[in-house]
Design a protein around this ligand. Structure first.
Ligand code: HEM
Length: 136
């Protein structure tokens, strides 16, 4: 990610942070619409899951310029995901659902540059998560 992309991810995330729970709801709707089979991997009550996802995204976004600081934690998150039954190909579905959510949440602020910056950010996080998994 370029420094400009890091800034774009941070400023655009700040715009959805005030509507974090709505954004998280929208994200899981987008996700399960794309792949209904993924619903069974999650608990019935998604309240805690929504909070954990947004908290983790906040940490990742805040540290996007200082990747080494969070790389280990992101790898550990990736290893836990293997136990959740997540497959490597599911990361593409999650990425698409996240991009769609940002587009819905940001509207016209979701410029092509913001889009590309998020694609790069998600690829970095997913790549780090998968690098530590036995699929690698
Ligand atoms: C961008 C990548 C991702 C991030 C940042 C992320 C974040 C998180 C976080 C923070 C948790 C809470 C539990 C923990 O810390 O271990 C979690 C759990 C979980 N995630 Fe992810 N995740 C990602 C990708 C995925 C993908 C691709 C799937 C596939 C469907 C997925 C499915 C799950 C499931 C099933 C749980 C556990 C639910 C439960 O046991 O209640 N995640 N995720």
């Amino acid at each position: 990610m370029t420094p400009t992309q890091q800034t774009l991810v941070q400023t655009s995330f700040a715009k959805v942070a005030p509507i974090a729970d709505v954004a998280a709801r929208l994200f899981y709707e987008n996700l399960f619409e794309r792949d209904p089979d993924l619903r069974s991997l999650f608990k019935e009550d998604m309240t805690e899951q929504r909070q954990k996802l947004m908290a983790m995204l906040s940490v990742a976004v805040a540290n996007v310029g200082d990747w080494n600081k969070i790389a280990e934690a992101v790898q550990a998150l990736g290893r836990r995901h293997v136990n959740y039954g997540v497959k490597p190909q599911d990361y593409a579905t999650v990425a698409a659902a996240l991009i769609a959510t940002l587009e819905q949440g940001l509207g016209e602020d979701f410029t092509p540059e913001v889009h590309d910056a998020w694609e790069a950010c998600i690829a970095a996080v997913a790549g780090e998560m998968l690098s530590a998994s036995p699929f690698h």
